[in-house]
Design a protein around this ligand. Structure first.
Ligand code: BES
Ligand code: ZN
Ligand code: ZN
Length: 494
């Protein structure tokens, strides 16, 4: 893996990355790019470089000064130079560096209005997110070689705080890549048993892991999760992770993640097109596991619970059927009218369990509704909540991470869509009407009065198109946002 280091000197034989700004047609750089001959930008322009934000260009300056090769990173408007730009250009640098096989890349960051720490953190985060590849099952992986070393050219005296910033940026990326690895794994290799096993590996000093198997689930009345599991050849599990800080916790938080290891739709079978990516239906659980992966290294003053209901959703002779009635752990009965709306069923039990812990807040993360993409497209995670203060906190965390969130209303009058003639609730609303909100309203029935945020990541968990920060496949979305939320609530303990 690429190492990041700091230095005030560099070898001109290695490429040097500098930021280029744009104003109208004009391209320029700041004092940080000192010794870069101005003619270089003119030549680059003549060779077709336009400075499009997020883009890059490699030039060889005359006489090899200040380095034999310059990697121009296009930063757009000078006034908008903030961490998101550094994050994006970190990813751009990763792509360029690997494309041309750079071994060492020196980076000279421009002066920005915010603290250098935050900018370096974002650059490292973007670099490592952009470097991610899922190669486990390739017998001869394409030779995408990442550089051995990135050297930030900064004054010696800032070393201590910048080293910490580098670790922090790397942690956000690593936890996300950890989630991506879990999600990209083929569904038959990540059954509930195997994911439980993975979760057990998160146990440590301050982290306890408990795994509820079928008998315990039945004892606890989790018949919604058990119902969804009936068509599967693999038994279900519910993982309960618990992080307890050394001192008195500032607050107690529960994170709940949907963990459908494969969603065929069950008897309400999906068409093959819609089924193709359904190994991603445990992305919520993966985000929760990723948070605990990070909590092994950070020690916030917060008690954190992670709860993930795990099962496949499959059709067979034992499968649950449209018309069945299931009782969730909080006693509410649910008429199943579509076995493909299984996420809300397994979450009904998991949220009831979370609410019983009496936490100060619950956040759930779930690939819940295809309608989320219809409502907001692929760029936004849909947020629904019964609490404005918590919503604001999550929104702030998402602003810092760059993972976009948009709030949808939990419109009370739509609750009647979930009215069932035979049970307390049914698991679907009216076709084509506010499907994402209906999913949220359903979940709300299981959190009681606990302040709660629901994040529907159905649109954002998976990308068919590579972006600078993620290759095609799992995005690992929301892990980085949740960790930022936790750190804002509980600070880092060390
Ligand atoms: N796992 C799906 C939602 C999903 C769709 C996630 C596309 C990622 C991409 C979920 O279990 C589901 O099938 N939901 C149904 C709900 C409907 C039957 C009320 C849906 O969205 O069609
Ligand atoms: Zn489904
Ligand atoms: Zn699903």
């Amino acid at each position: 893996m690429t190492r990041f280091s700091l230095s005030d000197r560099f070898d001109p034989k290695d490429p040097l990355a500098v930021f280029v700004f744009q104003k109208g047609q004009q391209l320029f750089w700041d004092g940080a790019a000192k010794n870069c001959p101005p003619a270089v930008l003119q030549t680059a322009k003549e060779d077709g470089y336009r400075g499009k934000p997020g883009g890059s260009f490699i030039v060889r300056p005359p006489e090899g000064k200040p380095a034999q090769r310059l990697l121009l990173l296009s930063a757009g408007e000078r006034d908008e130079l903030r961490p998101p730009v550094f994050r994006l250009l970190g990813a751009t640098a990763a792509k360029r560096a690997s494309d041309v096989g750079m071994k060492t890349l020196n980076v000279r960051l421009p002066k920005a209005s915010g603290p250098l720490e935050k900018n370096i953190e974002a650059f490292v985060e973007g670099f490592l997110l952009g470097s991610y590849r899922y190669l486990r099952h390739k017998s001869s992986p394409d030779k995408t070689v990442m550089p051995d070393e990135i050297v930030f050219l900064v004054p010696e005296k800032r070393r201590v705080s910048l080293d910490a910033a580098i670790s922090q940026g790397a942690l956000y990326a690593e936890m996300t890549n950890y989630a991506r690895d879990l999600i990209n794994e083929p569904p038959s290799l990540k059954t509930p048993e195997m994911l439980s096993q993975k979760a057990s590996e998160l146990a440590g000093d301050r982290i306890k892991v408990e795994i509820f198997k079928k008998d315990v689930l039945a004892k606890r009345g989790m018949f919604a999760l058990l119902g969804v599991n009936r068509g599967s050849a693999h038994p279900p599990a519910l993982v309960h992770l618990r992080y307890v800080p050394a001192g008195k916790p500032k607050a107690r938080l529960a994170l709940v993640g949907k963990g459908i290891t494969f969603d065929s739709g069950g008897l309400s079978l999906k068409a093959s097109g819609g089924m193709k990516t359904m190994k991603c239906d445990m992305s919520g659980a993966a985000a929760v596991f990723a948070v605990f992966h990070a909590l092994r290294r950070l020690q916030p003053r917060l008690e954190v619970h992670g709860i993930t209901p795990l099962t496949e959703n499959m059709p067979d002779g034992n499968a649950y059927k449209p018309g069945d009635v299931l009782r969730a752990a909080n006693g509410k009965t649910i008429e199943v009218l579509n076995t493909d709306a299984e996420g809300r069923l397994v979450l009904a039990d998991a949220l009831s369990f979370a609410a019983d812990l009496k936490p100060d807040a619950i956040v759930d993360v779930a690939t819940l509704t295809g309608a989320a993409t219809v409502a907001l497209g692929k760029a936004y995670t849909a947020l629904m909540s019964n609490n404005d203060v918590m919503t604001e906190k999550i929104r702030r965390a998402s602003e810092k991470s760059g993972e976009k969130i948009w709030r949808l209303p939990l419109e009370p009058s739509y609750k009647e869509h979930l009215h069932s003639a035979v049970a307390d609730l049914k698991n679907i609303g009216n076709e084509g009407e506010a499907g994402t909100i209906i999913g949220g309203l359903f979940l709300q029935e299981f959190v009681g009065q606990t302040p709660w945020v629901h994040l529907d990541i159905a649109a954002t968990a998976w990308t068919n198109k590579a972006t600078p920060m993620a290759p095609a496949g799992a995005t690992g979305v929301m892990a980085r946002t949740l960790l930022r939320y936790i750190l804002a609530e509980g600070g880092a303990g060390r």
